[in-house]
Design a protein. Sequence first.
Length: 323
Amino acid sequence: MARLYDSRKRILITGGAGFIGSHLTDRLLEQGHEVICADNLFTGTKRNIEHLHSHPRFEFMRHDVTFPLYVEVDEIYNLACPASPVHYQHDPVATTKTSVHGAINMLGLAKRLRCKIFQASTSEVYGDPHVHPQPESYWGNVNPIGPRSCYDEGKRCAETLFFDYYRQHDLQIKVARIFNTYGPRMHHADGRVVSNFVVQALQGQPITIYGDGQQTRSFCYVDDLVDGFIRLMDTDTDVTGPINLGNPGEFTIRELAEKTIAMTGATSQLVQHPLPADDPKQRQPDITQARQILEWEPTITLEDGLARTIAYFQKLLPELVTD
């Protein structure tokens, strides 16, 4: 059984050295919990957690979730999986294994401990949507054999496993579908639009836009997202999700590029490239459930979040040049 001594919990975060995982780690430590961070450092980095190595309630384990993990914890947040196209398409078979085998291994651990488990799913389960904005009831429009399928279908299968464990083993599950998230500690070369634009602008390079730039995205600052994670994890056992977590403010990619240039003071020009296969044309969350069930909605504006992200990369880029 899970160990429940007092209000302090021992919490496992897979992918805890990643962009979102490291922010979640910080927040849970601030709340007084113990955190075990498990990460194979494929896309996560020690840089994201180096400020925590001397923390008395923090433990780092280098571990790949495609292999079983044996620890004693009260809660599990399963975040392990490369989440940007550059990274998840680098080894698509490993990406699918991370989503599917990783889910099986973490669900097996949660079953043994009878503890609550959270799955970081994704808006990519909706594919290139025919419904806009996307509610949780929408089943999606996903290409099962395309170059993005390793991630999209891997996450869809992980959701299937979570709900089968819930039905078959009465496991306490929480599933969140994450929409585009950004902020400090994003990988500088992950190919995601915010990090791409900010790094290119700060380096005085042309800003790369795919297609005509009229495709839309909704950008949620990482602090808001982490707040949503914890609120979902703390709900009653009958709340399973999936619940959309993202910012419903919708912007075109061209608008984001122009805003980034203005806020960095760059002189970069926009350069168009062909649109990647299966790239969704629209992405906007319907967060009605998050508002009603979690009493959650984003509070940080795109301007404020971008300013913080730009400041992070301004400090980081000189280190990357000298590394």
